[in-house]
Design a protein around this ligand. Structure first.
Ligand code: ADP
Ligand code: MG
Ligand code: ZN
Length: 476
């Protein structure tokens, strides 16, 4: 049997993180009552005129700058004509010949560079809700007009894993840059997979199929693996692949032919006469570049090189921006990256697995966590008690110190304080040490009494005895 290479190109749609829609003043929100968040512009009433949202353009430029794209000096919005019930105007405002960003790319861990073809800005369509046969299909136009960035890659991927790694990296870049939230479960980031196979080593690309709107990494992986196998089987059986759009059914784990796929000229794109050409001068692009914050990759470098964290820890901490932000907020209160990282990795992330949430302050406030870490470090509380304290104040508004007091967890004399007192009595009464060989118990009791005296009876005698005998043995 012949061997085949897999060729994949991705088109990723991400909802841009603006306050309002891209051509009208309706809010850019999710989860409102159907058809309550629309206006004449976004439902395409005749005569309504679009006004471009500047922020949406800026965020698209910002994304391009994060991935090394060239920013065009003149961007044009065009009408992509097609009829579908979720698109009331019967055309989508998009970009074809003059997109905002051209080229660029993202490097994978292996060092392989995935080239981008472009990033353009367009409007989202409404949403069809398929009900029972008798009710039929309903349409909700709330999503219509929400700004979408479309990132188009060159056909550079040769496996599902590469595609998923790329998506994960792109998602993180967008979230860190603040340009998109990429909530995949809300459809805030969706991916079309274009896939073909070719004989191993051949330079000629095969005919591709396209699977639209995959909205989880897992779905992307499964869809690619299934479709690659299907195409190889078809070709091996002497059939040809038809350029078509296929629907991925994640429940059945199969893709189905939906329609043969046309090309861009079928949409009769033409510049939208209601919108002006957008002029982007290099100085405003420069300003936007300055506003790019540190991205996950940059924070990784700081965490490993400046804070000395293992790469594994740094990767986990930067995996989600909200975790990385929380870690950095903790650092502002207590300069001990390793301890803070340990607590987040072992305790907070464990809780997050059981009960997902996106603000770690809800699990435990930065202030409370630092309080617990400090008490533990200064030996005001034992480690097991610290863990118990942590668990008992998670998802509450209680203060760590108060609860530790109430539960009697505070060691009145911290270990380090006790150690000071022990050193003091050993020094003051150094003669008594000579009898340790003959009557060790007596000697320990003698010193314990002295330490108890200094602590005004507040320290724990068993604890002193234990510490004393260890200390004396280490001296002998
Ligand atoms: P459209 O899907 O809108 O027609 P393009 O023709 O620009 O747009 O291609 C879209 C995507 O398909 C790109 O990500 C591109 O890399 C990918 N692609 C193009 N040709 C192939 C191919 N032969 N095999 C796999 N992917 C391909
Ligand atoms: Mg496509
Ligand atoms: Zn509107």
């Amino acid at each position: 049997m012949k061997e085949y290479d897999l060729v994949i190109g991705l088109e990723i749609h991400a909802e841009v993180n603006t306050n309002t829609k891209v051509f009208c003043a309706c809010k850019n929100t999710f989860g409102e009552e159907p058809n309550t968040n629309c206006c004449p512009v976004c439902i395409g009433l005749p005569g309504a005129l679009p006004v471009l949202n500047k922020k949406a353009v800026e965020y698209t430029i910002k994304t391009g700058l994060c991935v090394g794209s060239e920013i065009t000096s003149l961007a044009v919005f065009e009408r992509k004509n097609y009829f579908y019930p979720d698109l009331a105007k019967a055309y989508q405002i998009s970009q074809l010949v003059k997109p905002i960003c051209i080229g660029g790319g993202i490097e994978l861990e292996s060092g392989k560079y995935i080239r981008l073809n472009r990033i353009h800005l367009e409007e989202d369509a409404g949403k069809l809700i398929h009900k029972t046969k008798t009710i039929g299909t309903l349409v909700d136009y709330n999503r219509g007009g929400i700004p979408l960035m479309e990132v188009v890659t060159e056909p550079d991927f040769s496996s599902a894993d590469e595609a998923v790694e790329f998506l994960d990296k792109l998602r993180r870049i967008m979230i860190y840059a603040g340009v998109a939230k990429c909530k995949m479960e809300e459809g805030g980031m969706r991916c079309d997979v274009n896939l073909s196979v070719k004989e191993k080593g051949s330079t000629k690309l095969g005919t591709r199929t396209e699977m639209k709107n995959l909205n989880s990494f897992k779905m992307v992986k499964r869809a690619i693996e299934y479709e690659a196998k299907r195409q190889v089987e078809e070709i091996s059986a002497g059939k040809i692949i038809i350029q078509q759009t296929r629907k991925w059914d994640d429940n059945k784990g199969k893709s189905y032919a939906m329609r043969t796929k046309g090309n861009s000229h079928d949409y009769r794109y033409f510049p939208d006469p209601d919108l002006l050409t957008v002029q982007i001068d290099s100085s405003s692009a420069q300003e936007i570049k300055k506003s790019i914050p540190l991205l996950a990759q940059d924070r990784m470098v700081i965490y490993t090189q400046k804070y000395g964290l293992p790469e594994y820890d740094a990767r986990i901490l930067t995996n989600e921006k909200f975790i990385s932000d929380y870690f950095e907020d903790c650092l502002k209160l207590f300069d001990n990256p390793k301890q803070i990282s340990n607590w987040i990795m072992t305790h907070i992330l464990r809780i997050l697995k059981e009960k997902p949430c996106e603000d770690l302050n809800e699990v435990i406030s930065v202030k409370n966590l630092i309080e617990i870490i400090k008490m533990t470090e200064q030996k005001e509380i034992s480690r097991p008690n610290a863990y118990e304290l942590f668990n008992s104040i998670c998802f509450t508004n209680l203060k760590a110190k108060d609860v530790a007091k109430q539960k009697g967890m505070l060691l009145v004399f911290s270990e380090s304080k006790l150690e000071e007192l022990i050193d003091e009595v050993l020094k003051t009464y150094s003669n008594a040490l000579a009898n340790f060989d003959k009557t060790p118990e007596k000697v320990i009791n003698f010193y314990t009494g002295k330490v108890m005296g200094l602590s005004k009876g507040l320290a724990n005698p068993q604890k002193i005895q234990a510490m004393l005998s260890e200390k004396i043995k280490s001296k002998l």
